[in-house]
Structures are given as C-alpha cells and as structure tokens.
Design a binder for this molecule. Structure first.
Ligand code: CAA
Length: 259
C-alpha cells in the first residue's frame, strides 16, 4: 500500500529525492502513522544507490505543527511507554545520507524537532520555529531541549522552551538554527539546489563526514578527533578519493561513483 501521509518524489534533481509531508488539514501534525511512513520512506531512500541526498518538506503553510495532540491527549504514561512513539525518531537518526529540511510556515514542537533532526535547514521568510509544548502542559520530547540548546545556546533555548515563543526565520538564522532564509516561492527550490550541490560530491565522503559531524554532539574532543581521523584514513580505500585527487591534478571536474 502506498503511504497516505507522505509523498515520495524520486529524482527531483540528479541523485536527489524529495519527501513531502502530506497531512495539510492538520498542518502536518506528526501522528504515529505519518512518522512511521516517513521513517520507512527515508530508510528506502537511504538504501537506494540512485539517491545521494534527501529533502524533506511540508507545504507553504506548515512544515509540521508538532506531534498530534489529539492522538496523544488521552494517553496514559504507560500507553506512552508501550507505544514509544519516538522510537521512529531513533531510526531516522540512523539515516546515513544527508537530509535537508525545507521549512515554510509552522515548524512547532515535534515539527521544529524534526527539522533539527535533519542535517540542514533551508527556510522560507514565513517560517516560524517554536517549542510551544509548555503551553499544553508538557515539554519537548523529541530533542527540543537538547538539539535546540546545542544549536542556539542556553539563553534563547530556555526562552523558547519555557515561554513557547515562536521565532522568525530571520531570528533563527541569526541564532544559528538554520542555513538559509529565502522568499517563500523559492524555499523548496533552494533546498533542492543545496541538495544537488552535495549530490555531485563523493557519496562515501559525504556519509562519513555527516557521521563525524554528528559524532561531535556526543563525544569528547579527543574521541571525536580520533573518529574523524579514522574516517579520513578509511576514505583512502575508495576509488572516489583517487578520482577526486586525480581530477584536481588534471584540472577537470571529478566524477564520483560512491565506490
Ligand atoms: N496536533 C493535532 N492537530 C493539530 C495540531 C497538532 N499539533 N496543530 C494543528 N492541528 C489541527 C487543528 O486542531 C486544526 O484542526 P481542526 O480544523 O480539525 O480544528 C487544524 O490543524 C488547523 O489548525 P488551527 O485551526 O489551529 O490553525 P491556526 O492557523 O489557527 O493555528 C497553530 C496554527 C498556531 C500552529 C495552532 O494550530 C497550534 O498552536 N497548534 C499546536 C502547536 C503545538 O502545540 N505543537 C506542539 C505539539 S506537542 C509536541 O510536539 C511534543 C513533542 O515534543 C514531539
């Protein structure tokens, strides 16, 4: 059965796939089904040799307005424990190819957290980022207190998490949460352009570089440097390393094959 709440667009540019969240009436609220379908789509694209970079978007009005409040409202703590709804997020964290979030409109609660689970964020001028869970008697549960704090620092993270204030795309840009702000009509195009730039590079080097950058979030400097060096040395086993360095010396563009 095809997924109901995500649409997969293959090859929107060479080696670039695009997944759009598709629950527009609910502002792409992230219910269990949507997150399961997103995880499955990402895993399938991660395993597809024709795909090197993945763009995830919502629509112009909403990237995602958070976890589905209506689905969660009557759950008990034990229901939450048994369902373990954030286990899908652990699977998404393991995707090895770069994921670029193309964000327009609301990126709130789980929506903001999902954009931060991606590797880069391209936003439209209308994007609003926020962790408003505090206003409904809870708190962020999918990384909002951790990834947001690492991205924007304690002062702004505390303010957003404790008051629920939304920040604009410009403010998010200044705070270091996102990579780019563009007019609304261009946000998806710009995200695909950024993905295309990365898709021209060696997919092996890109995966290992992503892995090493993410490692810096949960390791000491010494261990992180060691990990980085191992990946760097390992890349010398790849044809792409020979091709990349030879092409530099030949003064031509390299052609990378992912081997
Ligand atoms: N869950 C379920 N449904 C949601 C939703 C959510 N997070 N966000 C919006 N919707 C639904 C609304 O209930 C509404 O449905 P109906 O038409 O059936 O009533 C529809 O989407 C449109 O929303 P609004 O009418 O509210 O649209 P608006 O433009 O007036 O307001 C908004 C937009 C400010 C985003 C507002 O919808 C809102 O505050 N949404 C909730 C945001 C939020 O609190 N997110 C955090 C959720 S908890 C979480 O994410 C936990 C975690 O860490 C993972």
């Amino acid at each position: 059965m095809p997924p109901e709440y995500v649409i997969i667009h293959q090859q929107v540019a060479p080696h670039v796939a695009h997944i759009s969240l598709n629950r527009p009436k609910e502002l792409n609220a992230l219910n269990l089904q949507l997150m399961g379908e997103l995880r499955d789509a990402l895993k399938a694209l991660d395993a597809d040799d024709n795909v090197r970079v993945i763009v995830v978007s919502g629509n112009e009005k909403a990237f995602a307005a958070g976890a589905d409040i209506k689905e969660m409202a009557n759950k008990t703590a034990i229901d939450m424990f048994i369902t373990d709804q954030f286990s899908t997020w652990d699977a998404i964290k393991k995707i090895r190819k770069p994921i670029i979030a193309a964000v327009s409109g609301f990126a709130l609660g789980g929506g903001c957290e999902l954009s931060m689970l991606c590797d880069m964020i391209v936003a439209s001028e209308t994007a609003r980022f926020g962790q408003p869970e505090i206003k409904i008697g809870v708190m962020p549960g999918a990384g909002g207190t951790q990834r947001l704090t690492r991205a924007v620092g304690k002062a702004l993270a505390m303010e957003m998490v404790l008051t629920g204030r939304f920040i604009t795309a410009q403010e998010a840009m200044k705070a270091g949460l996102i990579n780019k702000v563009v007019p609304v009509e261009l946000y998806l195009q710009e995200a695909i352009k950024l993905a295309s730039e990365i898709a021209l590079l060696s997919p092996l080097a890109v995966k290992m570089a992503k892995e090493a950058v993410l490692k810096s979030f949960d390791t000491t400097l010494e261990e992180g440097l060691h990990f980085e060096r191992k990946n760097f040395y390992l890349l010398f086993a790849a044809e792409d390393q020979k091709e990349g360095m030879q092409a530099f010396m030949d003064k031509r563009a390299p052609v990378f094959k992912g081997r």
